[in-house]
Design a protein around this ligand. Structure first.
Ligand code: SF4
Length: 311
């Protein structure tokens, strides 16, 4: 087996306090044309290696002793970790073989009995592969929040960007997560339909998000990663990216269309031009007014500068 390569950290803003524990590296669906993981090789980490890292973390938290040979990153993360939350890396760590996933979760709970929650990125396929009962077994072990990238509610866009999932599968996966009593957080990407598909992408995303009815939803803005097919399309002028203000139009359409039970919606990710947060449906008018104010003034200084945007 080739040596496991510790992945770069990409995490939702709400996981900034978590300890990032890699179970996999890469993503099982490495075909999304805009994504950093495009063409990545999925690696499964050996369970014993994961347990060794958990042991090293426990030892460091208890006695400040560092185990020789353990990656420096472990201690960098441990130094700022408050012991409450764990985020399982990588792009869709729910793909990790189920019995081994349970073994890791049991070990984490045994070594850190005071953990509040464990989180993971998951694809719709990862979720639909598991029964409600299996998902409940995860929640019993504190893996209680799943982050899913819907990216777009428009099947045409999903197909164009190589997501290998349909909006209908996303909705089915969301229902399964709800049935298992897990918390769902869903991400959409502003600008993924380009200029031509902008309105259709935003309207469909709002509608599908509503059917998924997540507890949390977040908008990110397309950030072009050099070396990806999306980057090449833009270079060839075969995909015209939306402008920063157009991204706010999309944000507005999504907020307007969101018909959800109770959802904390935000655009706090570093890729966005405008930071917005609020609970829907209660804060809808307030959030729309905030977007409208920026759209009316069209003052670029009200937006996050391009150089400060991040993945
Ligand atoms: S499924 Fe998600 S993490 Fe994987 S390649 Fe697509 S966008 Fe990237």
């Amino acid at each position: 087996m080739s040596k496991f390569e510790r992945p770069r950290i990409f995490r939702p803003p709400s996981e900034w306090m978590s300890y990032y524990l890699p179970l996999t590296s890469g993503c099982s669906n490495n075909t999304c044309t805009f994504c950093y993981y495009y063409g990545s090789r999925l690696q499964m980490r050996d369970v014993n290696e994961i347990k060794e890292e958990i042991d090293a973390l426990r030892l460091f938290k208890d006695k400040r002793i560092a185990v020789p040979g353990m990656p420096h990153m472990v201690y960098q993360l441990a130094n700022q970790w408050d012991g409450r939350r764990i985020f399982l890396q990588d792009g869709d760590a729910l793909v990790y073989p189920f019995p081994k996933l349970l073994e890791v979760l049991d070990y984490l709970n045994e070594r850190f009995p005071n953990l509040e929650r464990i989180a993971v990125y998951a694809t719709a396929q990862d979720i639909l592969r598991r029964s409600v009962d299996e998902l409940k077994q995860l929640s019993q072990r504190k893996l209680s929040i799943l982050y899913i990238g819907l990216e777009s509610g428009d099947n045409e866009v999903l197909q164009q960007v190589g997501k290998n999932t349909t909006a209908e599968e996303m909705i089915a996966a969301a229902h399964r997560v709800h049935d298992a009593g897990l918390t769902l957080s869903v991400m959409v990407i502003l600008g993924l339909g380009g200029v031509d598909g902008s309105v259709q992408h935003a309207e469909a995303s709002g509608k599908v998000l509503s059917k998924m009815d997540p507890e949390y939803a977040a908008a990110l803005t397309l950030t072009v990663v050099p070396g990806t097919p999306m980057h090449a399309l833009i270079e060839r002028c075969d995909f015209v990216p939306i402008s920063p203000f157009q991204s706010l139009h999309e944000l507005r359409i999504i907020v307007e269309h969101l018909d959800v039970t109770h959802c904390f919606f935000s655009s706090m990710h570093a890729s966005n031009y405008l930071t917005l947060r609020g609970t829907l449906p209660a804060d809808r008018q307030k959030m729309l007014a905030q977007i409208d104010k920026v759209l009316q003034k069209k003052d670029p200084s009200m937006l996050r500068p391009e150089g400060l945007r991040g993945l």
